[in-house]
Design a protein around this ligand. Structure first.
Ligand code: C5P
Length: 401
């Protein structure tokens, strides 16, 4: 799975850097091409010579030296993945804040590939709120945390903070690249973003949905090999993956028409859009002028796209919905799951910090038809997207078994 993969291994200054030698060896053995970058303090723990010998490539320790400029932008584009192991508290703080005073940080800021970081530090440093916040910011940017191990630490303390073992880091990367094609050939329809319901030529009824969750789902599904159609309401965002077919719409009615058409040939639909339930009964052809103290707007119901797709759903097709709730979360979501004939519903509560509109993170629970429920931790929307897709893949497999 790592055969031919180009991997940047960024090493920062922790005693765990001694494990970077065996990590390099394992990556090379798995067929990867490894470019090692070291921070100045990493060299206090392990020498560039050891790592260049193992990686069969010159190690970069500076952005520029007397004789050369090490092009971090090129490096950032070259790599299929960047792994920062060990990632010290200082390096996490720098990366979380965009500080760029060494080759590792420069390559990180230039990297377009997925980035993994394996922290290593003492127990109390790991639990400090500053570190916690840096880690969740990095996850919020879409970077992948390779969880720390628990056990004896170099300080003599015992607890959380040990860098994951090189074998575990390699397994993490293998799993990432392995899952990358598990939706190969599947046609996935997504709705995302808000809808705008016009009142007159300049005004509309809308909502605060950013489209982030739906766009993250579209990108994640495309990375995993799916043929993705994204019906996107007015959102500033676009998917990063090239092979997502984007249909831009504005109103619920337009989203409805596009969704019905695409659903006919889809294997699954994930409805992440925040669709306006009502629209103005008439749309004024000219801008409405300011008149009395009150203005009455008559609203009529929009089509419920989810409910209609639920009616049309054929054996083998999956329909997945979202419920963003502020109160009575579980019973509201359960009601929607049944009414709209979803296979599962993704619940997020606006009461959870870091969940819902506009955040880079989300905290979800998945409710299934058989009253089963899975709760997930607060994660980046990219990581949440992979959890949702994994639940969908498990259901595809279960239905075919
Ligand atoms: O708005 P509500 O909470 O009912 O949304 C639940 C689910 O139904 C979401 O997945 C949403 O995308 C979908 N929905 C829809 N068409 C609507 C309203 C909601 O597809 N008119």
């Amino acid at each position: 799975m790592l055969l031919g993969k180009k991997i940047i291994l960024g090493i920062s200054g922790s005693i765990a850097a001694y494990k970077s030698a065996s990590l390099t060896r394992l990556l090379i053995k798995a067929g990867a091409e490894v470019q090692v970058l070291m921070t100045p303090s990493a060299q206090d723990f392990i020498t560039p010579l050891t790592l260049s010998t193992l990686s069969k490539k010159a190690v970069f320790t500076e952005v520029s030296s007397e004789s050369a400029w090490n092009n971090h932008v090129e490096l950032g584009l070259w790599a299929d993945a960047m792994v920062i192991a060990p990632a010290t508290a200082t390096t996490l703080a720098k990366l979380a804040n965009g500080l760029c005073d060494n080759i590792l940080a420069a390559a990180y800021l230039s990297a377009r590939c997925p980035v993994f970081f394996a922290p290593a530090m003492d127990l109390d440093m790991w639990h400090h709120p500053a570190t916690r916040s840096n880690v969740s910011r990095l996850q919020g940017y879409g970077n992948h945390l390779i969880p720390v191990g628990v056990g004896e630490l170099a300080s003599g303390l015992s607890g959380e903070g040990r860098m994951a073992e090189p074998e575990a880091i390699v397994a993490h990367l293998e799993q990432f690249f392995d899952q990358s094609k598990d939706l190969s050939g599947k046609k996935i329809l997504l709705t995302a973003g808000p809808t705008y319901e016009p009142i007159d030529p300049v005004r509309f009824i809308g909502n605060r949905s950013s489209g982030k969750m739906g766009v993250a789902l579209a990108d994640a599904a495309a990375r995993r090999g799916a043929i993705v159609t994204l019906i996107l309401g007015p959102s500033k965002l676009s998917p990063a993956e090239q092979n997502v077919q984007v249909i831009r719409v504005e109103t619920a009615q337009e989203m409805h028409d596009a969704a019905l058409q695409a659903f006919a040939t889809a294997d699954a639909a994930i409805l992440a859009a925040a669709v306006a339930d009502y629209r103005p009964k008439t749309v004024a052809t000219e801008k409405i002028k300011k008149k009395g103290e009150e203005l009455q707007l008559d609203l009529i119901k929009n089509p419920d796209i989810a409910a209609e797709l639920g009616q049309l759903k054929k054996t083998g097709q999956l329909l997945i919905g979202f419920a963003l709730e502020t109160n009575d979360e579980e019973s509201n979501a359960q009601g929607k799951l049944e009414r709209k004939n979803f296979d599962f519903i993704v619940l997020n509560s606006l009461r959870d910090a870091g969940a819902g509109f506009n955040h880079d993170t989300n905290k979800i629970s998945i409710l299934f038809k058989n009253n089963k429920r899975r709760d997930f931790e607060l994660k980046s929307k990219n990581a949440v997207a992979d959890d949702i897709l994994q639940a969908m893949i498990d259901l595809f497999k279960y239905n075919n078994s």
